[in-house]
Structures are given as C-alpha cells and as structure tokens.
Ligand binder design. Structure first.
Ligand SMILES: Nc1ncnc2c1ncn2[C@@H]1O[C@H](COP(=O)(O)OP(=O)(O)OP(=O)(O)O)[C@@H](O)[C@H]1O
Length: 513
C-alpha cells in the first residue's frame, strides 16, 4: 500500500521528549502515520518505544513536544480520553480476569457496556468480521494465550478505533495464530484503521508493515520501508553497528547431568497443566530445546526443575543423585540453576535494586551471604559484572528492577544465571522482549556455556531460536513431552506436528451463549 504524503496524517508527533532520572527515554521524537498505515516502531531494548506509545495512549505525560490527531491538537491526560479520540492499545501483558467469561471481561473494560445479550451479539459479529474466532461465553481461564489476545483485540475493536497500538503482540502466539492476527490487521488497515506495531521480530515486520521508524537511545535515527529492507539492515540500523551471528564450536557431549524418569505432577497453579510421565536426559555440553504453545506445562516444568514444586522421589536426577525432594537453594548450591519466564515478580523482585536482585538467586552458588550477613561489596561487584557483560542499559546497580525496560531486565536475569557457572541451566523464553542484537548475544552466551560442558534446557516459543541453538528438540503438549529428536534438519512443519494435536487453533468455539 502507498500513502499520499499530501494527505493529512492520522497521527502527527513532533518534538516529543520525556526524561526519567538518569535517562532521556524520548528525545525530540517526531514522525507521522497515515490512515490505514501499518507502522512499525523499532529499536533495541530501552530505546524508548514503550514510553512513546504510552504517551500516545495517555499513560505518560511528555515533558515537551506535541501531537495531532486528524490535524487537531491531541494531548490525552488519561487512556479513557485517548480511547474517546479513537486510539486503542493492546498490551503485552493481558489484564483479564480468569474466573470471568469473555463477555464479562469485555464489559468490564467498557465505559458504558450494553446489556449482556447485545454485547455477546456484537462480540460474535466483530469476531466473525475480523477472523478472530472467540466464544463470548467461555471462561478466560480456559483460553490459550492467542485467544486471550483476541479478547483484548475485540475489546478494542468494539470502540471502532482509528489507531490501534500493539506492543509485541506475537510473542505469545503460535505460527498459525500469527497468520490469523496478520489477516485481521490487514483487514483493519484496508478499512482505514492505522496500526502502530512494536516488535523485535524483524521478519514479521517485513511481512506486515508499510513503514518503520527506528529509535535509538530515545531519538529517531532513521526510517525505512520494511519490505524493501533486509532484517539484518534493520537490526543494524537499530544498534548502529554490525551484527554477529551466534556460532557454536563443535563440542562433545559428556555424561548425563539432568534426567527425568516418568515424572508426573499435578499443577500447583490455578488453571495450570499437570506434567505427565516426562522422560528426558540432558548431557553435559548439550542444549535440549523445548517448544510448545504457552500453557502446555512450560511453567510447571520449570517449577519442578527449580525445586519450587517437588517431584515424587525417584523421578528427577542430577549427576545420578535423586534430587526430587531438594529445595531451590540446595539445587542452586549443587549447580542446577533456572531462570523463569516472568521476569517481574518471579525472576526479579520489582522494588529491589539490581544488587539485591543479584543476591536473590546468586547467593547459594556465589557465597554472597556470610554469617547471616549479606556481603555487600561482593554482591555489588557481581551485579556490576552482570550489567557490564550482558550490556544491561541502566544508570547503575542501585536502580530498582521495575525501572528497567523489559528487555534490559531480561538480559540481567539471564546474565545473573549464566555468570554463576552452572552445571545445568534451565531457561524459559530467554530472549523474550529482547532486541535482535541482544538476543544474539544471549544465545551466544548459552552456546558458550554448552561448550564449557553445562547441560542446558531452553524452553522457548521462538522456534527459530530453538533451531539456531539446540542440539535436540522436544515439544510439550498438554503436559506431555515428546521424545527428543536431533534439531538439525528438523523442518518447521515437523516441529509443528510435534507441537500440535490437542490445540486446533483454527477452530472457532461456537457454543450457545
Ligand atoms: N517509569 C520509569 N522510571 C524510570 N525510568 C524509566 C521508566 N520507564 C522507562 N524508563 C527508562 O526509559 C528508557 C526507555 O524505556 P522504554 O521502556 O520506553 O524502552 P523500550 O524501547 O520500550 O524497551 P524494551 O524493548 O526493552 O521494552 C529506559 O532506559 C528505561 O529504563
């Protein structure tokens, strides 16, 4: 699609500036979006993308600059004002109530919800019109991540937005769900709705977006037409440097370090998935990649490997020792480390400084506590080492975890485990929300660990990532793990088959309301 530059832009940004202590998150940002345009916002972690879209959605008040919507001044003081002017946003983290059904959740987000029957009718018609299969009477707790995202999108579409902002919408979706989402977004675009799209997945951006603006350190450093620009060129524009592709030296596999033997466990999480007779062996120097649609037991597998939930005796072994009943600290002390997916709250304590967060998982293996007292200088040094070696962009180690951009906190969480010299390391979504250059360096760090003899399990929904670094691949499906197969030579279709079966994403669930 091409756009007439003489046409009044739908959204015009000029000189937008927002400073936080120690960092200018947005510095004189300006660009325009035409009606119906799908516009990508690119930039490495901490470049200022979230700050900018929050400004557009009325969540952040800029220090300077101005915006126009349809040629009229626009400065929303809160999201409800943005929504009234036709700006809607789908967040990375969904804000849905699991115990309520789809229609109830949507009603809660509306200022003036219609009666239940009318609302269900409208949900059905929007859902059909835009190819977003969703049954209004289903309980949100039973929905897949992709279906939950549809709830959020339909909630937005019911307001007839002129601009829809999406923050990393595909990180929780299967390839089929991504295709469905793109079809919806193209339909919206053809009807004149503009889309501002944040993603680190450059191939998707090339496939979907009409234009892209690139931010670096809070400033606009360039723009491009994604279809005519290679993913590598876009990544290099983001970082301002040449990219390294992860490489692996041919290492040798050693003895079995981590082993599950018929491990079954009910989930301790509400709406969780029970693990069913998991059978696996990971050797020293091996990377086992585990794929699967979110919610198929990934979190439970990580919980049971970390010791947050206990396995039945005789089902989990580390270096031949039955570790089923060992707690998290004991497992860390012997060198079995884990990094969960949810970085704020689970992997890191939001209000604690990076130094304190370094201590949280670093202590048993790095001996950061002596005689019951935290060794501050040693812990500070450890935190600084993580920040330097993993290029965590932050004013300093005293900063609270919640002040970091998502990708930078992710780098911190992974760096904290990698630098403890683990014997075995289990990571869930290691590069979630991380930009292309940082993702490459995290993958390289994992490959280097394997080369030094660490046994790794990498749980990821990013299949390209798994194929890039894993020796063997297995899929989780409703709590069952397939038999691992060598990753080399596996096609995406074969992987899809290993992952698939129980979840038919193309099926609409049409029950009676
Ligand atoms: N509430 C806040 N308090 C302090 N600093 C903040 C706050 N919000 C953002 N920042 C800082 O502003 C900068 C830009 O952050 P922002 O979240 O906009 O980046 P981003 O491009 O969205 O990154 P990512 O891709 O990692 O999500 C970062 O240095 C971040 O640490």
């Amino acid at each position: 699609m091409s756009f007439d530059p003489a046409q009044t832009p739908l959204l015009m940004l000029e000189g937008l500036t927002k400073a936080y202590p120690g960092v200018i998150a947005n510095n004189q940002v300006g660009f325009s979006i035409a009606p119906g345009e799908i516009h990508a916002l690119l930039g490495e972690n901490g470049a200022g993308k979230s700050t900018l879209v929050k400004t557009i959605y009325g969540l952040v008040k800029p220090d300077a600059g101005r915006m126009e919507l349809h040629g009229v001044a626009y400065s929303p003081a809160k999201p409800s004002e943005a929504r009234r002017r036709g700006v809607a946003m789908v967040f990375q983290h969904f804000s849905l109530f699991e115990a309520l059904d789809v229609a109830e959740n949507i009603a809660l987000g509306m200022e003036d919800p219609p009666p239940r029957r009318d609302l269900s009718e409208r949900i059905r018609s929007v859902s059909e019109e835009y190819g977003l299969p969703l049954d209004p009477s289903r309980r949100v707790g039973d929905l897949s991540a992709g279906e939950r995202q549809r709830v959020e999108i339909i909630r937005c579409l019911l307001q007839n937005p002129k601009l829809l902002i999406m923050d990393e919408p595909t990180s929780v979706l299967t390839p089929q769900e991504v295709d469905m989402l793109f079809t919806t977004l193209r339909t919206l675009s053809a009807e004149g709705t503009a889309i501002l799209y944040i993603s680190h997945k450059l191939d998707e951006i090339r496939n979907l977006c009409d234009a892209a603006t690139v931010l670096r350190h809070g400033k606009v450093v360039g723009d491009c037409i994604p279809r005519e620009t290679s993913a590598r060129a876009m990544a290099e524009l983001m970082v301002g440097a040449t990219l390294q592709t992860p490489a692996r030296a041919a290492g040798t596999r050693g003895e079995v370090l981590l082993e599950a033997r018929g491990l079954s466990l009910p989930s301790e999480r509400q709406f969780g998935t029970a693990l069913k007779t998991i059978q696996m062996q990971v050797r020293s120097g091996e990377i086992l990649g585990i794929g699967g649609v979110a919610g198929n037991g990934q979190d439970e597998l990580l919980d049971v490997l970390s010791g947050e939930s206990r396995a039945p005796a005789g089902t989990l072994f580390f270096e031949g020792q039955d570790i089923a009943t060992l707690g998290p600290r004991q497992r860390r002390a012997i060198g079995l480390l884990t990094a969960p997916e949810e970085r704020l709250g689970h992997a890191a304590a939001p209000d604690m400084s990076l130094v304190e967060n370094a201590m949280l998982t670093g202590d048993p293996r790095m001996s950061l506590v002596r005689n019951g007292m935290l060794d501050w200088p040693k812990t500070r040094e450890f935190a600084k080492k993580i920040i330097t070696e993993f290029d965590v962009r932050t004013p300093g180690s005293h900063v609270a975890a919640r002040a970091l951009s998502g990708g930078n906190l992710q780098k911190f969480v992974i760096g904290r485990e990698v630098l403890q010299n683990p014997r075995a390391l289990v990571v869930n979504q290691p590069t979630w929300g991380v930009d292309a250059a940082a993702a490459a360096s995290i993958r390289q760090a994992l490959l280097d660990l394997a080369e030094q003899g660490t046994a790794l399990i990498v749980i990821s929904q990013d299949l390209e990532e798994i194929l890039e670094i894993a020796d063997n691949f297995a899929a989780l499906n409703e709590g069952r793990l397939t038999e691992p197969r060598p990753a080399a030579g596996l096609s995406l279709e074969e992987i899809g088959l290993m992952m698939g079966g129980a979840h038919d994403m193309d099926t609409a669930h049409h029950a009676e309301a």
